[in-house]
Design a protein around this ligand. Structure first.
Ligand code: BTN
Length: 325
């Protein structure tokens, strides 16, 4: 009932009488009053006026389960949500839920992580109250080879959601989301595979939203939405946008197991496009001009000798020759 009342208050944007709430949920005025008080304790500014009822005046920037459940109306992405004020890593939690049989689309969200994981064994700094850390658990019914495309599908979804909040997001291949040439979002995908069958995939996403000071060691290449736009963004609304986009894009990907029908959109966000890049291939580094991805998510790089190499993510990374992008 708490989630429903919150949703109603937000949608109405005006007063709702206590009586209307009692009738709607078939409960007493005291029961409604108790829920309103719980919401107030969670930081919601709810005004109560005699003869008018209740009105939501201040929606705090929280990622709580009630806030997210009152927003997310997807078919499966985020239908089940686990929220932690603090946890080690949402990827680790999601893998545990994966082992325990949790449903496709289950989302784990944390306000703070104390063992946040990045790619290549790095740590992901995850202070509380400012950013978004979430992981979605998926149970794809396709072969493990096709799972790598999902990371790009998530990058596209994050870029689209940020753009619909009015900011010009880009993607650095394969899956960093950037603003003004600096990273604001990282994605870590992990999988549990049995021979040629995917048990589950977890896609973990960290978005620097309202961080006001970047740690010294990453500030040359990383930034936050607040630092770039000068404005705070409501984290729950952004996460809602990401999950809505992801549900839609995942279903497009699942249909023909190819990025062919998303390639153009993805390439439209690609900040490396038509730029000189250095391909850091353990078998030998080389330079070329990045042209965009193909239907497999590989980056097409034109090398000087008139050849085009399809670079597969995995072991290889790509740097701009003049900096991060
Ligand atoms: C990267 O190195 O770019 C990937 C960073 C991924 C960070 C996110 S935060 C939520 C999820 N939980 C983790 O421990 N890592 C991912």
């Amino acid at each position: 009932m708490k989630t429903e009342i919150l949703k109603l208050l937000r949608e109405r944007g005006d007063y709702i009488s206590g009586q209307e709430l009692c009738n709607k949920f078939g409960v007493s005025r005291t029961a409604v009053w108790k829920v309103i008080n719980q919401l107030k304790e969670e930081g919601y500014g709810i005004e109560a006026v005699q003869n008018k009822g209740y009105r939501l005046k201040v929606n705090p920037d929280v990622l709580s389960a009630s806030e997210l459940k009152s927003r997310i109306q997807n078919k499966w992405a985020g239908k089940n949500i686990y929220y932690y004020e603090e946890t080690g890593s949402t990827n680790t939690d999601a893998k545990r839920f994966g082992e325990e049989g949790a449903a496709h689309g289950t989302v784990v969200v944390a306000d703070k992580q104390n063992a946040g994981k990045g790619r290549r064994g790095r740590a992901w700094q995850s202070p509380g109250g400012k950013d978004i850390y979430f992981t979605i658990l998926l149970r794809p019914e396709f072969v493990p080879d096709k799972a790598s495309g999902l990371t790009l599908v998530m990058a596209l979804s994050v870029a689209q959601a940020i753009e619909s909040c009015g900011l010009e997001a880009g993607i650095k291949w394969p899956n960093d989301v950037v603003l003004n040439g600096k990273k604001i979002c990282g994605i870590l995908t992990e999988m549990n595979v049995e021979t040629d069958y995917i048990q589950y995939v977890v896609i973990g996403v960290g978005i620097n939203v309202n961080l006001d000071v970047m740690p010294e060691e990453i500030k040359e290449t990383a930034t936050s939405i607040l630092l770039e736009s000068g404005k705070k963004m409501a984290r729950a609304k952004l996460l809602q946008g990401v999950l809505e986009r992801f549900e839609e894009n995942y279903e497009r990907y699942e249909k023909d197991l190819s990025l062919a029908n998303m390639m153009e959109e993805y390439n439209g966000y690609l900040v490396n496009r038509n730029r000189q890049v250095r391909v850091l291939d353990p078998k030998g580094e080389y330079e070329g001009t990045a042209r965009g991805i193909n239907e497999y998510g590989e980056l097409l790089v034109e090398t000087g000798d008139g050849q085009t190499v399809a670079v597969y993510a995995g072991e290889v990374s790509v740097r701009g020759i003049y900096g991060y992008v």
